[in-house]
Design a protein around this ligand. Structure first.
Ligand SMILES: [Zn+2]
Length: 339
């Protein structure tokens, strides 16, 4: 991993260079300690295949109604005005990739490195859709793998007080992204004591927001991608926009890389939605409604306020009572059955 990462403040980075290299977002904050760092991947650019593009263009021609075709053109003009035409190309690429991925089997995300790091199975299973902590379709079919890393050498360059750091490796043209969760070695004992916090954490929610944005979400039409981007932009530029209480992470980008700012804004409001839905809804109802609507598009019955959401209590790791009735009392038994 070391050679993948290169610290960059992004200042002076051009939009172009972000796209050519592929964006790796890294966000660290964890509970009680916040900070933000952005890392840039030196991944090789992917070459888009003309044959695939041709097939995808034929598909969109058939899939969109005349009304949607008119709308997609109007929204593309708006996007070009605000962000530049490169963003339209990027959205098209995202839609094309999603089209080909939808033709394949919707694979379960591979959950890697949790056991090796000494975390309980429950942490791993909280990322498994059968246990319904996250909405359906938020993980499976969206991310190729979620890797937990606790090796000190992978964090050597980070000067963070955060408990965890997250990173999404973006290969938008050909495949689903990979997501990495790095454990700060300074908090090894803390995570060992509260292993569920390795999943029930802002960092994880933020990165999952990225894998479900307008570029990566596998389940959107191109018009929906454009709408989601513009709605998020509208929220970011509004007077009552969301601010992370402890750090203005996305705001640093507004003046330099506007598109990056809106991408981070989306990830931040996703994090707020999952980590503290009650106060997020009370203080930022429009942002809450935005995330909730797109979450429910994938999983209409998902209710972030339902206290029985998710089979396991994220603070204690215990199987919840209603789920005990469903699965029996033995969490390990449940886990084994799910294998
Ligand atoms: Zn981010």
């Amino acid at each position: 991993m070391e050679n993948l990462r290169e610290e960059s403040p992004f200042e002076g980075s051009t939009f172009e260079s972000l796209f050519q290299k592929g964006i790796v977002c890294a966000k660290k904050w964890g509970r009680g300690a916040l900070g933000a760092v952005v890392l840039l991947a030196a991944a090789a650019p992917e070459i888009r295949s003309l044959k695939r593009e041709h097939e995808w263009r034929r598909y969109t021609e058939d899939a969109l109604s005349p009304h949607e075709k008119a709308e997609t053109k109007a929204l593309a003009r708006k996007i070009a005005e605000i962000f530049g035409d490169e963003v339209n190309a990027r959205i098209e690429q995202g839609d094309e990739t999603a089209y080909f991925l939808r033709k394949e089997k919707r694979e379960k995300a591979r959950i890697v490195g949790f056991e090796e790091s000494g975390l309980s199975n429950v942490a791993r299973y909280m990322l498994t859709e059968d246990f319904m902590f996250f909405p359906k379709g938020w993980i499976d079919g969206e991310v190729d793998k979620i890797v937990y890393v606790d090796r000190e050498e992978d964090l050597h360059e980070l000067q963070s007080d955060g408990v965890l750091l997250g990173e999404v490796e973006d290969q938008i043209i050909s495949s689903r992204p990979a997501m990495y969760i790095y454990q700060n070695p300074r908090y090894k004992d803390y995570i060992a004591k509260y292993p569920y916090l390795a999943v029930d954490d802002n960092t994880v929610f933020h990165e999952l927001g990225h894998v479900n944005d307008w570029l990566h979400n596998e389940d959107l039409t191109i018009v929906e991608r454009q709408r989601l981007l513009l709605e998020t932009y509208g929220r970011m530029m509004s007077k009552d926009c969301y601010h992370d209480p402890a750090g203005k992470y996305y705001e640093d980008f507004i003046e330099t890389v506007l598109y990056r700012a809106v991408s981070e804004y989306w990830a931040e409001i996703c994090a707020a939605y999952f980590s503290d839905p009650h106060s997020f809804n009370a203080e930022h109802p429009h942002d809450f409604a935005l995330v909730d609507a797109w979450v429910k598009k994938k999983d209409p019955s998902f209710d972030i306020f339902n206290k029985d959401r998710g089979a396991f209590d994220s603070q204690t790791g215990k199987l919840k009572e209603v789920w005990q009735k469903k699965f029996g009392r033995d969490p390990e038994g449940v886990l084994l059955k799910a294998e």
